[in-house]
Design a protein around this ligand. Structure first.
Ligand code: SF4
Length: 433
């Protein structure tokens, strides 16, 4: 393969996928590829897929068709969660050349070099139980804010979720590696790091992790945990802000909440998945907490940090969710002092326990419930924002948008948009809301 080859990425799904796409593109760049936008002509197109997306299959087919129409000679590589879950299905899509599973995606450069366009689609994958290594990744849309992957995989078995099948067992980076990466990013001018993982609170846990404790380079790894990580990151000079992308309520201990409340660098902002406000449904989902624990976590956060933003994930239309159960979820969320909701409509996934649960909620009812909670979210966000009117908070301004405006977030995640002042880009400014 010549040094002048070009590559374009398209990423579906979560922040972790985006950070991995960034790392894959840096790997290819170091191998002599130059980057193109997905809309442009490229020699190689990489689609990093997601298994959570409802129409993963349709979306993937659609993108492959688009590429083929535009550039029939280009190589098409599919990777990501969906590629791990359904490699054969993807390889059967006309036009797909390479399918890279979880174990092979970081060997992308070698696989591209070894492949000849015109060969039949090649699957490079292995059983998810054999996927053990941890690959550090980070994404950088601009230098202001970086999503840094510190953990991957999940040992939980929530009955609706395919992520453990797509990403494997929980495993993490070492604290010393993450701290070194944070220092490196600070030297490059990054002001804010968003700590990212699949089950972030599980940082430091997992079988592979304990095996790695024998690693002479990291003698104390078996004693590491998420709280230890945040304490060490707090000491890194040059990073002004950290956010915790999402953390399970049962793993968000008092010590972490108290630490954030007293921290200069960890922002008053949590995203805590709830999924349902009904204990019956939480049980069916195999979640590891009850609503009472969730309310307690929110209560402590708001007592220590009344200004703290709290985001909530919630799923509507899970099998067995009656009108009464949904009402319970609505009432619970209504009563909670949270700032916004991310509402997901339940959709069936192959190989999950939830598929066996009855009765199934009709799609129309699922959609109606989604709409009701989205309205509630809108009102919560409005209320949260208005409560801060007149206050002065620190805003980290990011980049200029197309209309000559600039955007940034307060410490507690209120979005501010204002006409551009170039001296504000990547700077923290006291801002009266
Ligand atoms: S905690 Fe549950 S929902 Fe989250 S990745 Fe693990 S199994 Fe999936």
């Amino acid at each position: 393969m010549s040094q002048s080859q070009t590559v374009a990425f398209h990423t579906l799904g979560c922040k972790l996928n985006f950070s991995e796409s960034s790392s894959l593109s840096r790997i290819l760049e170091s191998e002599g590829f130059s980057q193109k936008k997905f809309e442009e002509q490229a020699d190689v197109y990489v689609i990093n897929t997601c298994s959570v997306t409802e129409n993963a299959d349709k979306e993937c087919r659609h993108l492959v068709r688009r590429i083929q129409r535009k550039s029939p000679e280009s190589m098409i590589v599919i990777t990501g969660c969906y590629a791990q879950l359904k490699p054969k299905e993807i390889a059967d899509i006309p036009g797909v050349d390479l399918v890279l599973g979880a174990s092979e995606k970081f060997n992308i450069a070698r696989h591209i070099r070894e492949f000849t366009k015109g060969d039949s689609a090649k699957i490079c994958s292995c059983d998810i139980d054999e996927v053990t290594g941890f690959h550090a990744s980070y994404s950088q849309a601009d230098r202001t804010r970086t999503f840094l992957k510190v953990q991957d995989g999940c040992d939980y078995n929530c009955s609706f979720c395919t992520i453990p099948l797509a990403r494997g067992k929980s495993r993490s980076d070492s604290i010393s590696n993450v701290v070194a990466k944070a220092r490196e990013l600070a030297a490059q001018g990054t002001k804010e790091i968003v700590l990212t993982g699949i089950n972030l609170g599980d940082f430091g846990k997992g079988d592979d992790y304990y095996q790695a404790a024998a690693d002479p380079l990291h003698p104390n790894r078996s004693a590491e945990n998420f709280f230890g990580l945040v304490r060490e990151l707090e000491k890194v000079e040059g990073i002004s802000r950290y956010r915790i992308s999402s953390i399970e309520p049962n793993l968000l201990g008092n010590e972490i909440i108290e630490f954030v409340a007293n921290s200069d660098r960890f922002m008053p902002h949590f995203h805590i998945p709830l999924q349902s406000g009904s204990n019956k449904i939480l049980g069916l989902m195999r979640r590891r907490y009850k609503r009472e624990l969730y309310a307690e976590r929110v209560g402590l956060i708001k007592t220590l940090m009344p200004h703290c933003a709290i985001g909530v994930d919630v799923i509507v239309g899970f099998p067995g969710e009656t009108d009464e159960d949904f009402q319970e979820t609505f009432d619970f969320l209504h009563s909670l002092d949270v700032s916004y909701l991310h509402v997901f409509t339940y959709s069936e996934r192959d190989n999950t326990h939830a598929l066996t649960l009855k009765p199934v909620v009709p799609v129309q009812v699922r959609n109606e419930r989604n709409k009701i909670l989205r309205n509630l979210s809108f009102m919560k966000l409005q209320y949260f924002t208005e409560k801060h009117l007149g206050q002065t908070r620190k805003v980290l301004f990011e980049k200029q948008d197309r209309n000559g405006m600039i955007e940034g977030y307060t410490d507690n995640y209120i979005r501010v948009t204002t006409p551009l002042r170039t001296e504000w880009v990547n700077n923290i400014v006291d801002w009266k809301i």
